[in-house]
Design a protein around this ligand. Structure first.
Ligand code: HGY
Ligand code: MN
Ligand code: MN
Length: 402
């Protein structure tokens, strides 16, 4: 039976729908090197085999399915298959499924690429298990070293190095050596395209952003017998800090979030001894990011002084602003039947940003998200928009492969 492109997209989407899905929330738990993620990687290999794409895996588990045609620098497109904890279906997989469907569409159009084409899957884009976002692409570009990455630990203390070495031998990567241009299609994580009435858009750049570990230390004590004035309660310092961060970000027109917290000993009837919380901060400029994090830290330190607690702040990762190749973005966005596609910035991090910063000309396509909700089970894109995205990606590849 001949498979049509919409059919293939829907079939692939249906293949992925149950993998790693929580029966409770309907969200996805697809952390790297867990069973659901392994199933997705197996599925990707099958899809490549069905299309006669040669699969190459690097030492870190990053995958590229190669369509070995033409010569010279390759055009690679793809995204990631891992999710945040209780994430949506689209963040990552939409880019991988669309890339496979776009290869089908190019072949159906009879396009003979002048250059090799690759479909990529990068590992641990979300940093939901080992803490560092875009870990696979950082390793593949040499942005982070194996020596640093192998020591990153998940919540159970398992080291990335041990997990990866269980899958493939750790080491270096030459996966991207032949890549001339990278294109990542992604569900939009805001409502810009909704507001503009456009099904697809092109990325101009990524806001600078970072993850910061705030460790508050106090004194454990009895919740009943310890007088309120005798406590050194790190929970209070943390609570004040979370409220202060929100207020400072709102006043500055920037973004600050405490979305993860760990309490020791985490007992109902004890004043805690330690609270560790992670700040995710994102700003329009590097200067404003530094100012915001400094401001939040100063306010928290002052409060710790008054609470009799102490605070240590560690920047776990800071990603500078990404300005995607403007000429490439313009080339991708211009002169379509429906006019020019909008070129818009994003506050979300992406592997394409890592590759761009590493000197690989990169572009991103966004597909409209009706509510803008992302990193949540409610994340969504309508099927007709997804199919417009596949066709937009195929058009983009055609332009780049000429
Ligand atoms: O967190 C982020 O911005 C991304 O989705 N990894
Ligand atoms: Mn994400
Ligand atoms: Mn993503």
């Amino acid at each position: 039976m001949e498979r049509t492109v919409p059919d293939d997209f829907e079939r692939m989407w249906a293949d992925l729908a149950p993998v790693g899905r929580s029966a409770v929330s309907g969200g996805y738990f697809r952390q790297p090197f867990t069973a659901p993620e392994a199933e997705l990687r197996g599925w990707f290999r099958e899809q490549c085999a069905a299309r006669a794409l040669r699969v190459e895996e690097d030492a870190f588990g990053n995958l590229v399915g190669w369509w070995d045609v033409g010569s010279g620098p390759a055009v690679v497109t793809g995204s990631h298959l891992d999710s945040v904890l209780d994430g949506g279906a689209y963040d990552g997989p939409l880019g991988v499924v669309s890339a496979l469907a776009a290869v089908d569409l190019l072949r159906a159009r009879g396009v003979a690429p002048a250059r090799p084409v690759g479909v990529s899957v990068f590992v641990e884009e979300e940093g939901s298990r080992f803490g560092l976002a875009c870990l696979g692409s950082r390793l593949a570009t040499g942005t982070v070293s194996w020596e640093v990455a192998r020591e990153l630990r998940d919540g159970d203390g398992v080291a990335f190095g041990d997990v990866v070495e269980g899958v493939v031998a750790g080491g270096s990567s030459s996966l991207l050596a032949s890549v001339g241009t990278y294109v990542e299609l992604h569900v939009e994580q805001g409502r810009d395209l909704v507001d503009r009435g456009a099904a697809v858009g092109v990325a101009s750049g990524i806001w600078p952003h970072g993850r910061y570990r705030f460790e508050f230390a106090g004194s454990a004590n009895h919740a009943g017998t310890t007088r309120m004035e005798d406590r050194a309660d790190p929970m209070l310092t943390y609570a004040f800090t979370a409220l202060g961060a929100n207020k400072q970000a709102r006043l500055a027109g920037e973004r600050a979030t405490f979305g993860r917290v760990s309490v020791t000993p985490n007992g109902t009837n004890a004043v805690p001894s330690h609270v560790t919380a992670w700040l995710d901060a994102r700003c329009s400029t590097s200067e404003s990011l530094t100012a915001l994090v400094d401001g939040i830290t100063a306010q928290a330190t002052d409060r710790a002084g008054r609470d009799g607690t102490s605070l240590t702040v560690t920047a776990e990762s800071v990603s500078p602003a990404v300005a995607f190749d403007a000429a490439l973005a313009a080339r991708v966005a211009a002169d379509h039947e429906d006019g020019d596609w909008p070129v818009i910035p994003t506050q979300a991090g992406h592997d394409a940003g890592i590759l761009s910063a590493a000197g690989i000309p990169s572009a991103m396509l966004f597909v409209r998200n009706p509510t803008g909700v992302s990193h949540s089970p409610a994340e969504h894109a309508e099927l007709p928009d997804c199919l417009v995205g596949v066709s937009a990606l195929a058009d983009t590849l055609e332009r780049l492969l000429r």
